[in-house]
Design a protein around this ligand. Structure first.
Ligand SMILES: Cc1cc2nc3c(=O)[nH]c(=O)nc-3n(C[C@H](O)[C@H](O)[C@H](O)COP(=O)(O)OP(=O)(O)OC[C@H]3O[C@@H](n4cnc5c(N)ncnc54)[C@H](O)[C@@H]3O)c2cc1C
Length: 524
């Protein structure tokens, strides 16, 4: 019987961006880290799958230059060259007004867009608004005034006012809400302003206004599995972290011997085969410290009994789904790398041709956030409702042949960031050696990649603070009971990760410090 090795100062449960960030930080600090992930790959909500020779992301993932923690993580992973960031914010906005007023796509992309100037903050965005022709001149002036007033809004946990209600109180009419504020609100919070939490909208606006480059948009140039998962496996392995894939934590409790006991079980069937060796799986892991970096609802079931009351609050957070329509056209239908959309269930269109590895034609992914009305529809209905939207927004799409079309559904893409949700987000528990991570926790940021990374760093720092100067305790409590491998009948198996993830190989580099980023030149 093979024995799992006896190393776990800290167990990190959950291998999304939060868990990856926490594990890196803790391993860099010299702790012996075991990272436990239920799926056969790392990356969590940012993942990819293979289809007909292409690598498909589970949904579009964009960010802004103000996402400093996320960019630092990419630098650590050595993949900054695998994203493109605009030199200056340029966000084309497609939708009803553009269709009526501007028949040609060239005119549309050059006029109906948010484009920042080189002026210092906040004038950089004032000039962007000044050129935004979805709004009348009077609406632009009022929008600028509201944008400047918003950062002064107090951000209290448990605030009940929606962003939309606040906008109405600050002179924003229906057109401004639909064609300007909802573009920002959907991008930042995954919800239109009428439903979105005011405090979080304020955080987003403060970030955008906080520096003239902050709102410049970045997108991946490679599949998410190559941007996050493979390099994370390589770096964590390099740092000596043990990665167990395809196993899930089934329960966690404080041990009477000090530290934590984490019960481990095989993950349910599903997903691609795990790229792991068939080493023995532990059934119980003991560790001095524990980071729970799983979604809110899993955290609520996994948390030690001492956190029962808090966990009941986390469980009340509501999920918000995202549906994506993926269309492979036989010919190119747009030169825009991405665009926001107004007056449509489709809120974002992104060109995934290059990242997916497509060499002819064009692959567009159309994203429907807050997709409660769509998430349970059959694919045929989604096609019937959403494909005509792409043809309306991008006239060349109507004449292009469709080579392939499919949908993806993420039922719990985000927490629903409505008023009142902020007070349900988790704060760090006052229990020694226990930390919570996840984009859903109370990072002060919207549920996002940036929030996930920040939460992971915060959790790692709490653990390091708790165990600082107490290395004897850490070593003493860190041991593990190994059990024979649990039969998995051909499903994803657990073991020590030795290679990459489901759809890609291992990134070759370890730590890289270069901050050189590919520039995403505005389409003009
Ligand atoms: C379609 C889509 C589009 C998005 N678009 C954007 C975007 O454009 N920009 C942006 O910033 N953000 C976007 N997001 C949100 C962003 O991806 C998430 O906020 C972030 O990745 C969450 O990271 P996390 O580590 O907190 O959680 P997750 O990624 O959910 O990771 C949690 C991990 O825990 C694992 N796990 C759960 N239970 C257990 C258990 N019992 N044992 C072991 N492991 C367990 C899960 O398998 C998962 O891998 C999008 C999300 C989706 C789904």
């Amino acid at each position: 019987m093979a024995q799992a090795d006896n190393r776990a100062d800290v167990v990190v449960v959950g291998g999304g961006l939060a868990g990856i960030s926490a594990a890196i930080e803790l391993a860099e600090a010299g702790l012996r880290v075991t990272l436990l992930e239920a799926r056969p790959w790392l990356g969590g909500a940012t993942c990819s799958f293979a289809r007909r020779g292409l690598t498909i992301d589970n949904g579009q993932h964009a960010f802004i230059r103000g996402c400093e923690a996320y960019l630092d993580l990419l630098a650590k992973l050595g993949v900054l060259g695998s994203v493109a960031i605009q030199d200056r914010l340029y966000l084309p906005v497609l939708g009803a007004a553009s269709e009526q007023a501007l028949p040609s796509q060239l005119a549309l992309s050059s006029q109906l867009a948010l484009r920042r100037s080189g002026l210092p903050s906040p004038l950089h965005l004032a000039s962007a608004l000044a050129g935004y022709r979805q709004l009348t001149v009077a609406e632009r002036v009022k929008a600028a005034a509201a944008a400047l007033a918003l950062p002064l809004t107090p951000h209290g946990r448990g605030g009940r006012e929606s962003f939309g209600a606040w906008l109405a109180r600050h002179g924003q009419n229906e057109n401004a809400r639909r064609t300007f504020w909802d573009v920002l609100s959907v991008a930042a919070l995954g919800l239109p302003s009428a439903e979105a939490d005011l405090g979080l909208a304020g955080v987003a606006m403060r970030t955008v206004l906080g520096g003239r480059e902050n709102a410049d948009i970045g997108i991946p140039l490679v599949p998410l599995s190559r941007l996050h998962a493979s390099p994370a496996v390589a770096l964590l392995t390099h740092l000596g972290c043990r990665i167990l894939l395809g196993v899930r934590a089934a329960g966690c409790q404080l041990s009477h011997r000090g530290g934590y006991e984490i019960a481990v079980a095989p993950a349910p069937p599903g997903g691609a085969a795990a790229p792991v060796s068939s080493a023995a799986r532990p059934r119980l892991i003991r560790a001095a410290a524990l980071v729970l970096a799983v979604p809110a609802w899993e955290a609520a079931t996994l948390a030690p009994a001492e956190l029962e009351a808090d966990a009941a609050a986390w469980a009340r957070l509501q999920p918000s789904p995202v549906v994506s329509l993926h269309v492979l056209y036989a010919s190119k239908v747009t030169s825009l790398p991405f665009a926001a959309v107004v007056d449509s269930p489709v809120r974002w269109v992104i060109d995934k041709t290059g990242p997916a590895g497509l060499h002819t034609g064009q692959y567009l992914a159309a994203s429907v956030p807050a997709a409660d009305k769509f998430v349970d529809l059959p694919s045929s209905r989604l096609r019937a409702e959403l494909l005509p939207e792409l043809e309306r927004l991008l006239p060349a799409a109507a004449d292009a042949e469709v080579d392939d079309l499919f949908t993806t559904r993420e039922r719990r893409a985000f927490i629903r960031q409505v008023p009142g949700s902020a007070r349900l987000r988790a704060r760090q528990p006052g229990i020694r050696g226990l930390a919570l991570a996840g984009a859903w926790t109370d990072t002060g940021w919207p549920d996002s990649m940036e929030g996930a990374v920040r939460s992971g760093l915060g959790a790692a720092w709490k653990v390091l603070h708790d165990v600082a100067g107490d290395s004897a305790d850490v070593a003493g409590a860190a041991h593990e009971i190994a059990e024979p491998a649990i039969a998995t009948s051909g499903v994803a198996t657990s073991g020590v990760a030795t290679s990459g993830v489901a759809t890609s190989g291992v990134a070759t580099s370890g730590v890289a410090t270069s901050r050189a980023v590919t520039s995403l030149a505005p389409a003009r």
